[in-house]
Design a protein. Structure first.
Length: 413
């Protein structure tokens, strides 16, 4: 890019993760203009032009870099189409994104690469699955193959529960995602998310995080997209993360490459730290949400440069540095989430939260006149970093003025 002109970046997606991506990109002195593609988001609209998702292919040619946030456009091949048009794209091809969209595909990669993961069997009919259950016994994890909005995983501690879960999958509860089921050995140990960057050849660890998936304090209640996160994951040594890079992340990307698939973007490895070492639970082809909101504020090097280097095969030389401080993200959801929620409730106190030293990333909000209104399940996340980020973020959130908002009080405790 000529130094006389600052870069234009398009971020695809309009949630909390994408707000964090945009804030990190905007911090680069090389970036002049940012647009995002998707629905309303009061936080994003305050800093970036919004373009409709349908207009991405038409409009992308005007941008120096396109960063794709969510899995859906990746699995639909948006990165392929943009790359075919000659654009710089941060985000894997549809073939590479299969590591997220198909658990059976990922298991095949694991087998080929010798990646440690739970013992498993793939079943295409209910009868197959029941026969496999009889062999494997409980406890057992039952997973609908394909995308099921994070709801396709059932941990069955008894055979009866496993039979019920298998029945649910094949009865169409998860749509087409349940037509094929993966039965898996239940792994025990602390969970950690490891994020790595890959330009197709060079693979580098980015950061670790822990997320809080259950709706309520004490890890009770239904699974959600994530109610909070801390980065780096506490109590996880660099040696364990290095081991996971060597035994899980690099072999996976090398095996994809051997199949002719270049992985370009961020690879999210969900790991269980078992007594026998780190084992893979799942890959995602994108940043986690809200893990992204806890990771990027710690980055001290230039995020635009890092994304561009990843998109253009120059990752090996890109500066990559983090603050040693932790960051804690606390999600504020609408009461009722992950079930049906009310929308259109005014949210006050956002300026005071920021004045208290936390950053607010908007997820499901929209602006109406002077007001910010709730507009989704997960509505925003407050993030603090520094020596005691947990205290700082909760003290800042005391300023939130939204009776309909609900948050976990035990993130990072
Ligand atoms: P997933 O949708 O694959 O991320 O799974 C959701 C959650 O289910 C994971 O974050 C784990 O907590 C749990 N889980 C998935 N697979 C296993 C497994 N094999 N053993 C134990 N827990 C699992
Ligand atoms: N927070 C979990 C995810 O983004 O998949």
């Amino acid at each position: 890019m000529p130094s006389s002109r600052r870069a234009k970046v398009l971020v695809v997606g309009s949630g909390g993760r994408e707000h964090a991506l945009c804030v990190a990109l905007a911090a680069s002195p090389q970036v002049g203009e940012i647009a995002f593609a998707g629905g309303e988001n009061a936080g994003l609209e305050a800093m970036a032009e919004r373009i409709p998702a349908e207009a991405v292919l038409d409009r992308a040619g005007a941008f120096d870099l396109v960063v794709i946030g969510p899995e859906a456009p990746l699995s639909e091949g948006l990165a392929d189409r943009l790359r075919a048009a000659g654009l710089n794209v941060f985000g894997p091809s549809a073939a590479a994104a299969e590591v997220e969209t198909s658990k059976a595909f990922t298991k095949a990669i694991c087998e080929e690469a010798g990646i440690p993961t739970a013992r498993f069997t793939v079943c295409d009919s209910e009868a197959d699955a029941l026969a496999a259950l009889a062999r494997m016994g409980a406890p057992l994890v039952v997973k609908a193959d394909g995308l099921a909005a994070g709801k396709g995983v059932i941990i069955a501690d008894t055979e009866a529960a496993a039979r019920e879960a298998i029945g649910l999958c094949f009865s169409g509860t998860f749509g087409a995602a349940g037509a094929r089921v993966v039965l898996e050995e239940k792994l025990e140990g602390p969970e950690v998310s490891l994020f790595a960057l890959s330009d197709g050849n060079t693979v580098r660890a980015l950061a670790s995080a822990r997320d809080y998936k259950r709706a309520f304090d004490g890890d009770h209640g239904p699974n959600t997209g994530g109610m909070g996160a801390i980065s780096p994951a506490p109590g996880v040594s660099d040696a364990v993360l290095d081991e996971a890079m060597d035994t899980i992340v690099r072999p996976a990307i090398a095996t994809l490459k051997a199949r002719g698939i270049d992985y370009v973007g961020v690879l999210y490895a969900g790991l269980m730290l078992t007594a026998e070492g780190p084992k893979l639970i799942e890959f995602n082809a994108r940043f986690g949400d809200p893990e992204c909101q806890a990771i990027l504020p710690r980055l001290t090097s230039d995020f635009y440069e890092l994304c561009l280097a990843t998109a253009t095969g120059r990752l090996a030389d890109a500066p990559l540095a983090f603050s040693p401080d932790s960051a804690v993200a606390v999600v504020v959801a609408a009461a009722g989430y992950p079930g049906p929620v009310a929308r259109g409730e005014p949210i006050g106190g956002l300026a005071a939260i920021e004045a208290a030293g936390a950053t607010v990333y908007h997820a499901g909000t929209r602006r109406e006149g002077d007001e910010v209104l709730s507009n989704g399940g997960r509505v925003l996340a407050a993030v603090a970093t520094g020596p005691d980020p947990r205290t700082k973020v909760y003290e800042a959130l005391d300023h939130l003025d939204w009776p309909g908002g609900r948050l976990r009080t035990d993130i990072a405790s």
